[in-house]
Design a protein around this ligand. Structure first.
Ligand code: SF4
Length: 245
């Protein structure tokens, strides 16, 4: 069992100098989820503990290399140079850096102009210490949101999911099921029935193997009135393989 002290951060002057391996920082619109369409700064860190079959960001983990290393302070300065009021902290797996990930979240949330920092985590990282950090901090309670993936069979990584993470989620959080097959759809329903308590459930089609219209029809026919279909808007607006958008 991890202790609360695990993510007790030192003074900002100290953790501001901590470095993280990074892929990119850029401004675009959020392509998915509850805040889809809002101007958002994407902070993409390097490394991932999973290897999903349909991953669309393989440049964010080995054998690729980080594009650069940056101090927490440098990342915060870069984010502050944009006009967006929302941040998507993503990867790779953004929480894989543990204490350093926590430090970056705290430093970003402390920016006055930022009203939301959502963290795209893959379901295979223990959220408990991050959730405890959030509960201890009024600013984080207001701004910090998990967007937790639950990887289904077609990803090849389903057995790595930590179901206790559902206990860490609040109403402001999101749970994303990426649906690549009929089997995935059935599995997502079973997982929801067994573990889901709080947070908006999103169903997102795998671009190549689940036609969006078919996923909509299945959600309506089932029916699943509380599920939100989440399409990747950036793949409609730009070339689906284009980076940095
Ligand atoms: S968790 Fe995300 S970044 Fe990691 S392999 Fe899966 S899809 Fe790719």
């Amino acid at each position: 069992m991890k202790t609360i002290a695990e993510f007790d951060l030192p003074a900002r002057e100290v953790y501001g100098k901590w470095k993280l391996p990074m892929v990119e920082i850029f401004e675009t619109i959020e392509g998915e989820g509850m805040y889809q369409g809002f101007p958002t700064v994407f902070v993409r860190s390097f490394h991932c503990n999973l290897r999903c079959k349909w991953c669309d960001t393989p440049y964010s983990f080995a054998p690729a290399k980080p594009a650069f290393e940056a101090r927490v302070d440098e990342i915060v300065d870069k984010v502050a140079s944009f006009n967006s009021r929302r941040i998507c902290f993503t990867g790779g797996e953004p929480l894989i850096h543990r204490q350093k990930s926590a430090a970056l979240i705290k430093a970003l949330a402390d920016l006055d102009q930022i009203i939301d920092i959502h963290i795209e985590t893959n379901g295979a990282i223990d959220l408990a210490p991050f959730a405890r950090m959030r509960k201890r901090d009024a600013v984080l309670m207001k701004k910090m949101r998990f967007v937790m993936d639950y990887k289904l069979a077609a990803s090849g990584e389903s057995e790595k999911m930590i179901t206790d993470n559902f206990n860490c989620l609040l109403n402001q959080d999101e749970i994303k099921f990426v649906i690549g097959s009929d089997e995935d759809f059935e599995q997502a329903k079973k997982v929801m029935a067994r573990f889901h308590k709080k947070g908006q459930v999103l169903f997102s089609p795998v671009w190549e193997t689940m036609e969006p219209r078919r996923l909509v029809e299945k959600v309506l026919a089932d029916p699943l009135p509380q599920v939100k279909i989440s399409m990747q808007l950036h793949k409609i607006i730009w070339d689906p393989n284009r980076r940095g958008v």
